[in-house]
Write a new protein. Sequence first.
Length: 369
Amino acid sequence: MARGADVVDFGLGEPDFPTPDFVARAGIAAIEDGRTKYTDSAGEPRLRDAIAERYRRQQAVPCSRENVLVTAGAKQAIFNVCQALFEEGDAVAMFVPYWVSFPEIVRLCGAEPLFVPTDIRSGWKPTAAALERAATQETRGVILNSPCNPSGTVVEPEELSQILEWCAAREAVLIFDETYDHFLYDGRRHVSAASLWEKHAGRIVVTGAASKTYAMTGWRLGWALAPKALVSAMASYQSHSTSNASSISQEAARAALVDLERSESSVADMLAQYARRREFMVGRLSSISGVECVTPEGAFYVFPRVEALYPRKNVGGSVEFCRRLLEEARVAAVPGEAFGLDSCIRFSFATPLDRIEEGLRRFESWLRA
């Protein structure tokens, strides 16, 4: 792209829609009103109140601002949790495929990632049984991302409950990342670990973000919902690392959380377009010989297994496959190796439908060449 080549980008991990106008204007108003100073390291109190209200309203969680930490994106929230909870000698379990940063975040706090396999035949579903088979005596935490990046998989309610029972028995903590919680298809409803908050007091940390829901990736605004003592520890750590998230971004995110009518309308518009793109992309990919494709239940990614195509293109894995796809067909995708599965690649459908059509046409032509 830097050389002016026309690349169809299926690597995008962010909405291709603009930030809703009323949210952007709240950010502009924050600048004009002089809200450009430091805030509390844990987040502006009114925003923390709005996030707590969101979980009280949606999940009946008996929480307050003291249970909320505002961060520079969900990534920082997960990083802060791991820094506060884990240390050298600990293991933190995560289901494969996992989001690319999970293992590195765990390693940065001195602990070791523990990889729990899933199966494409079940749609990459995380299960308590798989966790039990993989776990060690050193397992102190579990990271679960639902809807999942890269697979679009959504954890089943019964499995989520059993995973939390497992955590309770092992005195482990579940870090539940629900960054894509508003993007689900076919009438499926989001199941949050927050709904089990009272039953498993002290065992749940929920992380989320404005990034995907409100098309605010560049605003860098996320949060963690956790027990008060843990929030206090994370806030202390954050005060010595980055201090507060952007004051301007906090005001914009608060507008999105408080103005439910307009924010829900903007999410519905995005979801309707994602649904049409998902149907088209999955249909085309599934028709290609050698491609095994599971229909994603959430998020905006497809994670097809393409290892049967490697011999055809004379490549040894997903990195080389994606490199040649980019160089020879001008289509960008993300190698599955980054998510723990070298047999797969990730295609994002956060791009306009006409570009999806063009990109898949190029992909099919490249495979035939």
